[in-house]
Design a protein around this ligand. Structure first.
Ligand code: ADP
Ligand code: MG
Length: 256
């Protein structure tokens, strides 16, 4: 029997891992995303920057099907995210998301927080999950903090546990929405450093950030959003040194 997906599989290496086509999102009468299209390939880092209220969080939440799009298409790997009947569990296994608020379970240790989803959602083997969780604790630079409760960790440390918790599901894509915005300045760098390591390891990342220096350093592509549209995009070198759009120039003059 011929497999209808066969030809697609052959081209998958070259196909984008995340693709958005003309995505619109309304909240009642308010149009928050006004036709967003972009794609990202495996191993790339895309940074989304733009003024507050321009739709960045909405965009990230649509990619993870936390909220439905009004129209347009979002694909992630083989999954049609914008399909109202999308298999959300299948999607959650492919996409990790980290927010500004880390929302760790306060009565679980760092290690238990990291083990929870693979154990309870995926029903994976306890010993295997624990071994992976310990490796992830090391990876995010928290060796020795395995049995510590979130309340005893700094904001930056908690955020790194949150990143490890997402990684424990072995996602193909990581979404970060202003993950350093609520942190004390001195802990911002340790979290950025964890994300930098991930990017260097080849993790596909889409990240919303106000850390322009970091975006410039790690991004393959920068997307600048304003009022629900991507008004300018490009590689960081050209984006930061020669922005073309007046709105981009104004924004950069305020944040750089
Ligand atoms: P950003 O992350 O760029 O600051 P958001 O995506 O959070 O922007 O918000 C974009 C716009 O959508 C804002 O005007 C915001 O008030 C509105 N918005 C976001 N979420 C909702 C919601 N659940 N219901 C209604 N309006 C919303
Ligand atoms: Mg936001």
């Amino acid at each position: 029997m011929s497999d209808p997906n066969e030809s697609r599989d052959k081209t998958r290496a070259a196909a984008p891992i995340v693709e958005l086509i003309e995505v619109h999102k309304y909240f009642d009468a308010l149009e928050v995303l006004k036709g967003i299209s972009f794609s990202i390939h495996k191993g790339e880092v895309a940074c989304i920057i733009g003024p507050s209220g321009s739709g960045k969080s909405t965009l990230i939440r649509c990619i993870n099907a936390l909220i439905p799009v009004t129209s347009g298409t979002i694909r992630l790997g083989g999954i049609e995210v914008s399909d109202p009947n999308v298999d959300k569990l299948a999607l959650r296994r492919r996409v990790g998301m980290v927010f500004q608020q880390y929302n760790l379970f306060p009565h679980k240790t760092a290690l238990q927080n990291i083990m929870m989803a693979p154990r309870q959602v995926l029903k994976e083997d306890a010993a295997e999950v624990e071994e992976r969780a310990r490796r992830l604790i090391d990876k995010v630079g928290l060796t020795g903090k395995e049995d510590v409760y979130p309340g005893e960790l700094s904001g930056g440390q908690q955020q790194r546990v949150a990143i490890a918790r997402s990684l424990a599901m072995r996602p193909d894509v990581m979404l970060f929405d202003e993950v350093t915005a609520a942190l004390d300045p001195e802990t911002v760098q340790e979290v950025l450093s964890t994300i930098r390591d991930l990017a260097h390891d080849g993790m596909t990342c889409i990240l919303v950030t106000h850390e322009m220096g970091f975006a410039r350093e790690v991004a393959d592509h920068i997307y600048f959003t304003d009022a629900g549209l991507i008004v300018e995009h490009g590689p960081p070198e050209t984006f930061f040194s020669a922005p073309e759009d007046e709105r981009t120039r104004r924004f950069l003059s305020q944040v750089l």
